[in-house]
Design a protein around this ligand. Structure first.
Ligand SMILES: C[S@@+](CC[C@H](N)C(=O)[O-])C[C@H]1O[C@@H](n2cnc3c(N)ncnc32)[C@H](O)[C@@H]1O
Length: 267
C-alpha cells in the first residue's frame, strides 16, 4: 500500500534531530499537559502517533495513566532511542501510521502531536485512524495553526521552512488544515480550541537553527534557496540563541478531540 508520508521526515532522525525533539518536548510540555489533562477517562490502550524518541509517549503515559501505552514511529532510530528509556506499561514499535492496521488492535485513545505537517494527506490519515479506534475511542489532535512573530529573522526563517514543507508535500500549519476539513467518516468532533504558546527567543532560535542544520544541507533545498541564504539564516539564528527576549514569538496550537462514531462507518 502506498504510504501517505512525505518523502521522509523533514527534520530527519540524526543526533541534531534528537536534540531538537528534546527541546521541542520541553517547550511544548505546558500546552500538551493542559490538553491531555482535559481527558476525563482512563484509557486501556493509548497510542502515540509519530512518537519520535518517546518524549510525548512518556508524557501521555504519565498524565493519562493508561494500562498500556504504545508509541509508533517510522524511524528505527527513534524507536531504539525510545526503548532505551523504558517505563512500565510503555512500548514502542516501528510502524508507518498512515498505512497498515496498527499491530496492537483498536485503541481507546490516540494522540497526534506535531505529526500531521509531515503527512501528505491529513484527511486520509484521520480516516485511517478512525478505523483503528475502539467503539468509544478518542482521537486527540494537537497541531500548529500559526506562528506569530515580530522578529524579522524568525519571519524570514518561517517563510523558508514553509517552502521546504510544501516542496516535500507537507503543511507547516497543519492545525489550520484540520480546521478546514469536512466531516471525517467515523469521527465526531467533541472538543476544539486554540491555545497560545509563547516561546522565548532563545528557545525558538535554537529549535529553528537545528532544523536548518538538517534541511539546509539537503540537495533539494539548493533548488529553493541559494546556499548563502541558508548559511546566513543559520548564523543569524545562532546569534538569537543568546537573546534574553521573551515576547517575540508565539505558537497558536489547535487542539481537537474527536470521538469514534462507529455507526457513521457502518461497523
Ligand atoms: C515533529 S516529530 C514529533 C514527535 C513527537 N510527536 C513530538 O511531538 O515530539 C514527527 C515524528 O513523526 C514521525 N513520522 C513521520 N511520518 C510518519 C509516519 N508515516 N508514521 C510514523 N511516524 C511518522 C517522524 O519520524 C517523527 O518522529
Amino acid at each position: 500500500m502506498r504510504s501517505e508520508s512525505c518523502s521522509g521526515y523533514a527534520f530527519g532522525d540524526s543526533d541534531v534531530a534528537v536534540k531538537r525533539l528534546r527541546l521541542v518536548a520541553e517547550v511544548f510540555e505546558p500546552e500538551m499537559v493542559s490538553f491531555l489533562s482535559c481527558v476525563q477517562v482512563r484509557p486501556h490502550l493509548a497510542v502515540d502517533l509519530g512518537c519520535g524518541p518517546g518524549y510525548t509517549t512518556r508524557l501521555a503515559a504519565e498524565i493519562l495513566r493508561p494500562e498500556r501505552t504504545v508509541g509508533f514511529d517510522a524511524s528505527d532510530r527513534f524507536i531504539q532511542m525510545a526503548r532505551a528509556e523504558p517505563r512500565d506499561g510503555v512500548e514502542y514499535f516501528r510502524h508507518d501510521v498512515t498505512t497498515t492496521l496498527f499491530p496492537v488492535g483498536p485503541a481507546d485513545l490516540m494522540f497526534c502531536h506535531l505529526l500531521l505537517p509531515h503527512l501528505r494527506d491529513p484527511a486520509a490519515a484521520l480516516c485511517t485512524w478512525a478505523r483503528q479506534l475502539g467503539p468509544t475511542g478518542l482521537l486527540l489532535i494537537d497541531e500548529v495553526s500559526n506562528i506569530r512573530t515580530t522578529q524579522p529573522i524568525f519571519q524570514r526563517y518561517l517563510d523558508m521552512v514553509e517552502k521546504v514543507m510544501v516542496e516535500r508535500g507537507g503543511h507547516l500549519y497543519a492545525g489550520k488544515v484540520v480546521a478546514q476539513l469536512d466531516a471525517i467518516p467515523g469521527l465526531e468532533m467533541a472538543f476544539s480550541r486554540q491555545v497560545e504558546l509563547p516561546v522565548s527567543t532563545a528557545h525558538a532560535a535554537a529549535m529553528f537553527r537545528m532544523n536548518v542544520a538538517v534541511w539546509g544541507r539537503r540537495p533539494t533545498t539548493r533548488d529553493l534557496f541559494p546556499h548563502s541564504s541558508v548559511l546566513e539564516i543559520e548564523s543569524e539564528l545562532e546569534e538569537l540563541t543568546k537573546s534574553t527576549s521573551e515576547c517575540e514569538i508565539a505558537w497558536d496550537m489547535h487542539q481537537l478531540i474527536y470521538e469514534a462514531s462507529p455507526l457513521k462507518i457502518g461497523i
